[in-house]
Design a protein around this ligand. Structure first.
Ligand code: SF4
Ligand code: FES
Length: 235
């Protein structure tokens, strides 16, 4: 089956404006979009820029917009798209480095600002800080995040407030806010209560719809809002 690919192109070093270039690819329905991109690059146009590594939904590097919906090119199959054209664009809300490749620095800085690591004063035991299975269950969905950026790309609240830290940073905030071994719950809660953090989420649910790891992103943000109301607003 021949499939038309219309791909966003932009090299800030040489192009004044972005443009789209079209490629015709002989595909099989069960092929992944990433397979098609690789064939375009290897057989038709070596100048095309995008990121990929694992090709199995693990590394999170090939987040992009596919026919208007953010996701991983290695998880989407040709047969998922019924028309004869597939449009590939870089993730919205990220600075474009080249073509489908975006700058992840600000995204990662916003996650780092949430201190995505355990803050505990007791010395670490020989092996590991064990956790009760019941407590572990509270964070087992959010630890699946692979930092792909699809949620931030899809989030309309990021258009409304460019200072909004975004859903991915809040997923990482949640992961440690509700970790039973962490000792800075109140400090972490103050951070997510900032107007540019959890209060900027307007429940569009787009993050939840696109997350390739099935993380209930909006629900997690709402649980943090509830915790803010319970702990901070009552004091
Ligand atoms: Fe990607 Fe989901 Fe993590 Fe967002 S929460 S960065 S969509 S894996
Ligand atoms: Fe690693 Fe798609 S290439 S997640």
């Amino acid at each position: 089956m021949d499939m038309h690919f219309k791909i966003f192109r932009f090299d800030p070093d040489t192009d004044r404006e972005p443009y789209y270039r079209e490629y015709l690819v002989a595909t099989e329905p069960q092929e992944r979009i990433l397979d098609c991109l690789n064939r375009i690059k290897w057989e038709q146009d070596g100048s095309l820029a995008y990121r990929m590594s694992c090709a199995h939904g693990v590394c999170g590097s090939d987040g992009m917009r596919i026919n208007g919906v953010c996701g991983l090119a290695c998880q989407k199959l040709v047969k998922d798209y019924h028309g004869s054209e597939i449009v590939l664009e870089p993730l919205p809300h990220f600075r474009i480095l080249k073509d489908l490749m975006v700058d992840m620095d600000e995204f990662l800085d916003r996650i780092k600002a949430m201190r995505p690591y355990l803050l505990a004063s007791l010395p670490a035991p020989d092996k590991e800080r064990l956790q009760d299975p019941v407590d572990r269950k509270k964070v087992e969905e959010v630890i699946r995040c692979i930092l792909c950026g699809s949620c931030n790309g899809a989030c309309p609240a990021m258009d409304e407030n460019p200072e909004y830290v975004g859903p991915a940073a809040l997923v990482w905030a949640y992961r440690y806010l509700f970790d039973s071994r962490d000792e800075r719950h109140d400090e972490r809660l103050q951070a997510v209560a900032h107007p540019n953090a959890a209060p900027s989420c307007k429940n569009y649910f787009e993050c939840t719809r696109v997350c390739p790891k099935g993380i209930p992103v909006t629900k997690s943000i709402n649980l943090m809002k509830r915790e803010i109301a319970k702990v901070l607003d009552e004091n």
